[in-house]
Write a protein that binds this ligand. Structure first.
Ligand code: NAD
Length: 591
């Protein structure tokens, strides 16, 4: 590969030659976006260095990966397997490079301090030493705005002079702060110039933490809750803007006009937004409901403590996020906005994608990945709910699911009156039925003899077709009745064989419940059925995910109390409890 020498042309304010850069962690979420941006801009020879090489498969179908494949074929890019724990590997890949962009992994196990320390802190030391050894001039490190936020106080328009909190509650953030310090201190030693970027809440296509977590919570109805008042402001940064900021930093780091080297810069989309409004926009885009139930932060914290207790007791990974849940709770309930004017002034940074467009692109990318419904509530917005399917998707479903409130209310009123008529008028069932029939006949007769025009009001005739039953309807009804009868007979036959214990226990439970209710009175039974029919299906449809989530948790609790092993749980339950979206991760990363 022919790699030309580079020189920054101060007079022209640009680079005169093609430059060579190394993107360490170049197959990750931010790294991959940066690689693609560099390739699209041109004028860069890009060495992608990562410990993972999965995504370089030639059959990669996504646009961004085909861009990289083409660049590799044309010699504009190359891939090198590098472990940041091995300095010699970093030296090899950085030799001859003008700039090194470094992003370490986010998906570290926060319970494994040793590994986190080695990757974050030792990795940063190795990268600095390797850059010095290979005579690299510029190192841009992707830190995070998290390094100034410990959750104990709000940050409103915080700038780079914002004092660091004394003690971090989150271990990985603490380590990241140390790594950032090492990179800044390394500036101007051995000819290396360094710069640190602190993007706040990065989101976008291919992100593996935030949106997948939201989708996971939503699938189980847990994203309906707002932590705190819901009015807290936050800064988010679309990933393409982070990539752009890296390039701005690389191009200005050794400029003598402005002071960039050895500094840290906050990077945002410059559009602070209410944290929960942002979450709502993402959730709505994915077909979920906006969060609307406000829960005090202290209560959420207790739930988190409880879930962590279960987690520790089971020695079992319920979540796979490097940042602790407590930290996420603080992030979700505090104000956290940053002043980005230093990056604008010194790096020449300004967002290239607006927040609105970033959200649209993010939602579109996750929707695109959701053909298997991993992220979307329903793969198709017209998809029927379970309650609707259960009720047969006909008129009964429409009435019981309150699709047309007026019709449902009329039906309920008529049935409630009939209920009162038959059970609470103090008559026998037969005399109630006879009186009802007489009443209906009298009303119809009276209606029939009415003039077609009364005082200017037109009285419409009831067409005779209203009293006719179609042949096909009759046949269908008989068919349904005979089908039900046959099913009952079939079930009884199966019961009589004594082989199906689960069916036997279901029937016993049903009969016992029936006997118990009837022992009170038939009126109570009918009343319960009436109220149940008009409320239960509706509630189930509205809160399907919450009910299933609670059911999953309940089932988990029962299994746990009985000492049953996790593997006996249904896949959907274990997937939630483990947050085991490994397959999704694969798709997110490499599709
Ligand atoms: N994702 C966010 O929301 C976010 C926000 C702000 C800052 N950041 C910071 O940006 C950086 C990058 O984040 P990301 O989301 O792109 O991370 P990521 O986990 O998606 O990517 C990191 C890459 O590093 C590679 N890697 C893992 N171990 C390695 C090793 N030993 N040697 C070499 N490469 C290794 C992984 O294969 C992966 O491709 C992190 O430092 C993170 O803290 C991320």
């Amino acid at each position: 590969m022919a790699e030309k020498a580079a020189a920054y042309d101060v007079a022209r304010g640009g680079w005169s030659e093609t430059r060579t850069c190394v993107v360490l962690g170049g197959r990750g979420f931010i790294g991959r976006t940066l690689v693609n941006r560099l390739l699209r801009l041109g004028g860069w020879i890009v060495r992608v260095a990562d410990s993972s090489s999965h995504s370089l498969l030639p059959d990669s179908s996504s646009g961004s990966d085909s861009l990289l494949s083409d660049a590799i074929s044309s010699g504009q890019a190359s891939f090198c397997h590098v472990d940041v724990l091995d300095t010699s590997q970093i030296v090899k890949v950085t030799t001859g490079a003008d700039v090194v962009f470094y992003m370490e992994p986010t998906d570290l196990d926060a319970h494994d301090f040793c590994n986190c320390y080695m990757i974050i802190v030792q990795g940063a030391k190795n990268v600095i030493n390797a850059c010095r050894e290979s005579k690299v001039k510029r190192l841009v490190y992707n830190s995070s705005a998290d390094v100034v936020f410990d959750g104990s106080q709000d940050i409103l328009n915080g700038d780079e002079s914002f004092t660091y909190p004394g003690k971090f509650k989150d271990m990985t953030v603490d380590l990241k702060f140390q790594a950032e310090g090492l990179i800044r201190v390394a500036n101007n030693i051995g000819g290396l110039q360094t710069c640190v970027l602190r993007p706040s809440n990065v989101f976008g296509s291919g992100e593996t933490q935030f949106v997948p977590l939201l989708a996971n919570l939503s699938k189980f109805g847990l994203a309906k809750f707002i932590t705190g008042s819901g009015g807290n402001m936050s800064d988010f940064t679309y990933v393409e803007n982070v990539a752009h900021a890296h390039i701005c930093a690389a191009e200005t780091i050794d400029s003598r006009v402005v002071s960039v080297a050895g500094k840290a810069f906050f990077i945002t989309n410059l559009e602070p937004i209410m944290f929960w409004e942002f979450i709502s926009l993402i959730l709505e885009g994915l077909g979920y409901q906006r969060p609307f139930i406000k829960v005090p932060t202290w209560m959420v914290s207790y739930v988190v403590i409880l879930s962590q207790y279960i987690h520790d007791k089971l020695s079992y990974r319920m979540y796979r996020y490097s940042v602790s849940p407590h930290y996420i709770v603080q992030l979700a309930s505090r104000n956290r906005t940053f002043d980005c004017s230093a990056a604008q002034k010194h790096l020449g940074y300004s967002p290239v994608v607006s927040l609105e467009d970033g959200i649209k692109l993010t939602v579109a990318s996750f929707s695109h990945l959701s053909k298997d419904s991993s992220f979307m509530r329903f793969g198709n917005f017209d998809e029927q709910s379970k309650a609707e399917k259960l009720l047969g998707s006909g008129i009964v479903a429409d009435v019981l699911l309150w699709r047309d409130e007026r019709r449902t209310f009329m039906c309920f009123l008529i049935l409630a009156l009939a209920f009162y008529w038959f059970f609470f008028c103090g008559k026998t069932f037969t005399s109630s039925a006879a009186q009802l029939l007489l009443l209906v006949t009298a009303i119809l007769y009276g209606y029939g003899i009415l003039a077609s025009d009364i005082c200017g009001f037109a009285v419409q005739n009831i067409p005779s077709s209203c009293f006719e039953i179609q042949n096909s309807d009759m046949k269908n009804s008989i068919r349904s009745i005979s089908y039900m009868w046959n099913r009952v007979v079939c079930s009884i036959r199966l019961l009589a064989k004594g082989e199906d214990w689960s069916r036997f226990f279901k029937v016993v439970a049903f009969l016992y419940l029936f006997k118990w209710i009837v022992s009170f009175s038939l009126a109570v039974l009918v009343g319960i059925i009436l109220v149940f029919a008009f409320t239960a299906f509706f509630i189930y449809e509205q809160y399907e995910s919450v009910i299933e989530g609670l059911w999953a948790v309940l089932l988990f609790g029962i299994m746990e109390s009985k000492g049953l092993i996790i593997s006996t749980l249904p896949e959907s339950v274990t997937a939630f409890l483990r947050n085991d979206n490994g397959s999704h991760q694969e798709k997110v990363h490499f599709s």
